[in-house]
Design a protein around this ligand. Structure first.
Ligand code: NAX
Ligand code: ADP
Ligand code: K
Length: 509
């Protein structure tokens, strides 16, 4: 699904109105009716107090339409007009009139703190103050109203955007922004819904298809994509009946050091669980018995050193090499990485200490084969590209880094971002149970495995990140967030792949 900007969506509104020969009021009616249906499906007529805070633009107009439908269906609704300006939009005014047809309770006007209503913990708040039209921070008494709503602990449903959130920039730390429990947004997700700085304002997210012109949406140039199940299915290559292990790639996992052999074991397990035909590890001698016992399906080659890596098996024939987990950053290990990069001419994956070595030895970046995949968490990323001011600045830095070195960067996080030059893929699977030691090692194994199975590196990264998150979701469904171990994510990769084709995620390990 494309992630769009406020400008693209406004343009989509205009074109849709022209092509479908409808009025903007009709489009508002369509969009807000979809919101009403969602609310009605969930509340099922429950007699809870619903307080709708409407701005005076089209977001407020949506609020008025939602209010009208809710009142018609017998809900207990109080409508507030947050009168931050006198410039009411035409569609707001039209729907303000229409509200008269269904109620004698005129909306309550809020013009200052004096008009603030009481908000109770059991209220159902609908935030229709500002949508994509926000063009400056919310200030004065309106900011205080936002803060009052946030403090109330009532359930907050935001329409289109949590009010106060811009679609293209990060609000200041003390800015007034609605902290929604749920956001129902129109037609396409906005990038801020997924950034670490702003995702907490959004709560759970659902996108409503309000029927904007398909041709316009199809042709829109947007390099930003949200990756869900549908996208993942389209990337997956089924196995052929007439095939053998040689068809599914030989992955070589290089890493580990004394006390950190578990990391490579996790990566190799994940690679095999993702379908690698063969998997070998190149590790220091101290890990030999652990790996041979822990993962009998894997082959092991050991370094001359006992406790760390110092070299690379130059004659080794692998389809893909992954380097770094648990490796440490000793000088000898830096030489091992250098040796690997001087030997391997096809895209590699670099993770963890491999990234730390690159950060300390930037000249090595030039040795990375084009389309290699780097999988930093935010700490590793900072060492690699420098400090950023906010998430938009971070994405800019990573984009130019990706272009400069022709690399694919996987920024790990609650929503992992895969950046390949101007293209960006935002992952929509995963859960906080995955914030556990070694889950990144598992991700490296999954992506490496797909690279070895002849997926394009960017496809391997995007599909790998999605399936890793989905496997984590399956593990969490069965174990609870706290009990998910990285190994459980690896165990459920197969179920995650199966789940692409059947929605039944049950009977997992
Ligand atoms: N395709 C879509 O996306 C559709 C959008 N609709 C709704 O229309 C909304 C956009 O409506 P508008 O463009 O009228 O904008 P908003 O309703 O978001 O904002 C209203 C107006 O407030 C003013 N304003 C901005 N920031 C302010 C601030 N900090 N303090 C005081 N005033 C401020 C601006 O002049 C802005 O136009 C969407 O978010 C959505 O809810 C729907 O009705 C129909 C379809
Ligand atoms: N809150 C979260 N929601 C979704 N995924 C998460 C969350 N926290 C962590 N993850 C995922 O878990 C992995 C953690 O990787 P990393 O930080 O490298 O851990 P480690 O170094 O212990 O392996 C990443 O793939 C990340 O996207
Ligand atoms: K809103």
């Amino acid at each position: 699904m494309k992630i769009l900007t406020a400008e693209q969506l406004s343009e989509g509104d205009k074109i849709t109105i022209e092509k479908q020969q409808i009025t903007s009021e009709e489009l508002m009616e369509r969009a807000a009716t979809l919101v009403f249906n969602e609310i009605n499906n969930r509340l099922q007529g429950a007699p809870i107090p619903i307080k709708i805070f409407c701005g005076i633009g089209n977001n407020g107009g949506d609020g008025l339409v939602i209010a009208r439908h809710l009142i018609q269906h017998g809900y207990h609704v109080t409508v507030y007009v947050v009168n931050y300006s006198d410039k009411r939009s035409d569609d707001f005014l039209a729907n303000y009139e229409k509200l008269k047809d269904v109620t004698n309770d005129w909306p309550q006007l809020i013009k200052s703190e004096d008009n603030f209503p009481e908000i109770n913990i059991g209220d159902f708040i609908i935030d229709a103050m500002f949508g994509i039209g926000l063009n400056r921070p919310i200030e004065g008494w309106v900011a205080n109203l936002v803060k009052l709503i946030n403090k109330s602990q009532a359930f907050i449903l935001a329409i289109d955007m949590p009010s106060g959130l811009f679609s293209d920039k990060i609000p200041a730390e003390d800015a007034a922004v609605i902290e929604a429990n749920f956001t129902l947004s129109f037609q396409a997700p906005k990038l801020v819904f997924f950034l670490p700085d702003t995702m907490d304002y959004v709560g759970d997210l659902q996108i409503l298809d309000i029927g904007l012109d398909k041709e316009f949406l199809g042709k829109l140039q947007s390099g930003n994509h949200l990756i869900g199940e549908e996208e993942a299915v389209s990337l997956y290559k089924p196995r052929k009946a007439n095939s053998h292990k040689g068809d599914y790639g030989h992955a070589l996992i290089v890493g580990g050091s004394y006390g950190k052999i578990g990391s490579v074991l996790l990566t190799a397990t994940a690679a095999l669980k993702t379908g690698s035909g063969l998997c070998s590890l190149y590790i220091p001698k101290c890990g030999y018995h652990a790996v041979q016992t822990g993962l009998p399906e894997a082959m092991v080659v050991t370094d001359v050193e006992d406790d760390l890596l110092s070299g690379y098996p130059e004659d080794f024939k692998a389809d893909v090499v992954c380097f770094g987990m648990g490796a440490g950053t000793a000088n000898k290990t830096r030489e091992a990485l250098k040796n690997m990069l001087n030997t391997v001419k096809t895209p590699v994956l670099i993770d963890a200490d491999g990234l730390n070595i690159l950060s300390e030895n930037k000249e090595l970046l030039d040795l990375l084969p084009e389309n290699s995949v780097l999988t930093p968490h935010p700490g590793e990323l900072k060492r690699l590209v420098g400090e950023w001011k906010d998430d938009f600045h971070k994405l800019e830095l990573v984009r130019s880094f990706s272009k400069k070195y022709k690399l694919i960067i996987v920024i790990k996080g609650a929503h992992t971002f895969v950046i390949d030059g101007n293209d960006m893929y935002v992952n929509n699977s995963g859960n906080p149970g995955m914030a556990t030691a070694g889950s990144g090692d598992v991700l490296s194994g999954v992506i490496t495995s797909f690279m070895g199975q002849s997926y394009e590196p960017v496809t391997a990264a995007v599909l790998g990140v999605f399936l890793h998150g989905r496997a984590g979701d399956i593990a969490a469904e069965n174990l609870g967030y706290e009990s998910v171990l990285a190994g459980d994510i690896a165990k459920n990769i197969g179920k995650a792949i199966q789940g692409l084709f059947s929605r039944k995620l049950k009977n997992s390990e």
